[in-house]
Design a protein around this ligand. Structure first.
Ligand code: NCD
Ligand code: ZN
Length: 352
């Protein structure tokens, strides 16, 4: 498409997909699912439920629950399911999953983030599973942070590249790997030079905020996610990668809802809920970089290409309109605070 001048009042793009989404389950899922279904045609659904999705049967049952909870006006939203890798997962389960249309498996280093205690303790234990995935063309999605308590939390992603990602790439050169929600210059540079089988998702909040946002006038739990926000130089590197036009960077919101009471607690759960205004937040970030013309590739073209899936047939239109995000949303029997709650945003996705 033609570059949109920054004064354009609307922007129409191929309908986008969210390549990294937490939908939760039950009433919480029913509360947040309409937000994603309103903007995206498909989403890669993360498997880190309280009871993690470690089998094909569990993934298919979860898929059914999502489909059953879809709003009537969005019946065609497609959840793309993933498996949660554990030390015990057998290569046979990968074969069953591939046969059942499960597109990817997620590597959570044990203890790295929300609901990751069942994750992998040593990637070498996974080698037979990774061999099967490489053979079957199943994607590996990686939460790229080491969990060693001696490594500073702001350095965990950069250290992961040397300790885990580089050896993994060397040992499984044909495995398609997505470095999820990258947050550092090191990760952006690594992915840019790692070859055609390595890609990365980038969240809207990591494009818009640096780590100052965690501490502005007091501790800000709704800006706390993992990997944690980094300093400004890293944010700038992420913006450069996302707006570069490279097809190895694409949209993944990492929208991760937690009840407001659990965020505003002495121990705050990690995750930002962005699905309510996902495309609006990305549009703001791309516009600030003078790169609105690169939004369509990032949001709608690069992801399907990497996953070997067709682009979506429909479109989505963003209008330049100020609107105020609600303070809270219902979230099962709790409340949920969206990122930017009560604040104005300058773009709005048109209904339809
Ligand atoms: C995610 C969650 O809440 O499930 N939290 C987050 O901070 N991003 C897990 C994850 O993606 O790390
Ligand atoms: Zn996530």
């Amino acid at each position: 498409m033609n570059p949109a001048p920054s004064t354009a009042s609307r922007l129409t793009i191929t309908r986008p997909d969210d390549w990294h989404l937490h939908l939760r389950d039950g009433a919480a899922m029913a509360a947040v699912l309409p937000c994603s279904a309103a903007q995206f045609a498909r989403a890669i659904v993360m498997p880190n439920l309280r009871e993690p999705i470690t089998s094909t049967a569990a993934a298919l049952a979860y898929r059914q629950r999502i489909l059953a909870a879809l709003p009537e006006d969005r019946p065609s939203f497609t959840p793309l399911m993933t498996l949660y890798l554990t030390d015990q997962l057998a290569p046979d389960e990968i074969r069953r999953a591939a046969d059942a249309g499960i597109v990817a498996a997620k590597l959570y280093p044990a203890g790295a983030t929300t609901h990751s205690s069942a994750g992998v303790t040593d990637i070498r234990k996974l080698y037979p599973v990774l061999e099967a995935m490489q053979q079957l063309g199943m994607l590996l999605l990686v939460h790229g942070e080491v969990t060693d308590p001696d490594v500073d939390i702001f350095d965990r992603e950069a250290v992961f590249i040397d300790r885990v990602m580089a050896p993994l790439r060397r040992d499984f050169p044909a495995l398609k790997v997505v470095f999820e929600h990258i947050t550092t210059r090191e990760a952006a540079q690594y992915v840019a030079q790692a070859g055609a089988h390595t890609a990365a998702t980038i969240t809207a909040h990591h494009l818009l905020y640096n780590r100052n946002a965690l501490f502005m006038g007091g501790l800000r739990p709704h800006h706390y996610c993992l990997p944690v926000l980094k300093r400004e130089s890293h944010r700038l590197a992420l913006v450069e990668a996302a707006t570069s036009g490279s097809d190895r960077f694409f949209l993944g919101t990492d929208s991760a809802p937690h009840a407001a009471a659990l965020k505003e607690a002495s121990v705050c759960g990690a995750g930002c809920f962005t699905a309510l205004s996902a495309l609006e937040l990305y549009a703001e970030a791309f516009e600030a970089a003078g790169a609105l013309d690169k939004l369509e590739g990032f949001a709608s073209h690069h992801g399907p290409a990497f996953y070997s899936l067709p682009r979506n047939p429909g479109t989505l239109t963003l209008e330049r309109t100020d609107w105020t995000l609600p303070e809270t949303l219902p979230f099962g029997d709790a409340l949920l605070k969206p990122l930017r709650a009560g604040q104005v945003i300058g773009w709005r996705v048109q209904a339809g």
